[in-house]
Design a binder for this molecule. Structure first.
Ligand SMILES: *[C@@H]1O[C@H](CO)[C@@H](O)[C@H](O)[C@H]1NC(C)=O
Length: 247
């Protein structure tokens, strides 16, 4: 559930050189790589790339440049013999990476956002059981979460399938867990969600009486009926009063 994560701060310098229809593409990419709040092992990788091929790179853990082409090796040799250049790169680790990572933790990485959970009945795949429930958790952060099923208070492990935590692409995640089952009268089925944003596990109990969509339709229909009746009565009273000459 808790996998090591790496975050990158990328600073990119891009230079295009066009000559006729052929183009050349030079770019320089600086990455800050870190995976824990104590910034243990934080690393600056400064890459020089020509036409998609990285030819020389500074790795702050190594403290030197490494060349990958003849030209890159030549540059690495020259820059590695210059204490000023090496010192500048190492200073960037402090100035850019450590400062930036601390800001990332306080602004994003330390934040937690509660999931919105929906429990619904879905069509089971033709299989051993006639019914299937889906417990969906939406828009939570960070990624680790635990979604489990309880039947009369006891955890069910069989006939349960779940997606991975799916990235929405906007920092939030969603997950969907399915339980295939054969309904028994009087039993209580619940979906339990555990997440760092919650002080205690959240329980969602399945109400087999009517699916939520049906209940909503009935609620909307009933509201419409009440509103319609009130308007009709008001209209009738108005009409009566008017025709009897009171107004
Ligand atoms: C940087 O160098 C260290 C030490 O050799 C290595 O463990 C690490 O993987 C390197 N980082 C990258 C991104 O290549």
């Amino acid at each position: 559930m808790s996998m090591p994560i790496a975050f990158y701060i990328c600073l990119t310098l891009i230079l295009f050189i066009f000559s006729g229809t052929d183009g050349y593409f030079y770019h320089r990419l600086a990455q800050c790589r870190f995976s824990s709040k104590d910034l243990h092992g934080i690393e600056l990788i400064d890459s020089y790339v020509f036409n998609k091929a990285e030819y020389v790179r500074f790795n702050s853990t190594v403290g030197r440049y490494v060349g990958y082409t003849e030209y890159g090796v030549k540059n690495a040799k020259a820059w590695n013999s210059d204490a000023g250049i090496l010192g500048q790169e190492q200073a960037e680790l402090e100035r850019v990476c450590k400062t930036g990572a601390a800001i990332d933790y306080s602004n994003i990485l330390d934040k937690t956002v509660e999931p919105h959970v929906r429990l619904s009945s879905v069509t089971p795949p033709s299989g051993r059981h006639p019914a299937m429930l889906m417990c969906s958790a939406y828009d939570f952060y960070p990624k680790p979460i635990r979604v489990t099923w309880l039947r009369d208070g006891r955890e069910v492990k069989s006939d349960v399938t779940s997606t991975e935590e799916l990235a929405n692409g906007d920092w939030y995640y969603q997950i969907h867990s399915h339980l295939e089952y054969t309904p028994k009268s009087g039993e209580k089925i619940s979906c339990m969600v555990e997440h760092i944003s919650l002080t205690e596990p959240m329980m969602y109990h399945w109400d087999p009486s009517l699916p939520e969509a049906e209940r909503n339709k009935i609620a909307i229909g009933a509201s419409g009926l009440v509103l319609g009746t009130i308007l009709a009565l008001a209209g009738l009273i108005y009409y009566k009063k008017k025709s009897s000459g009171v107004l």
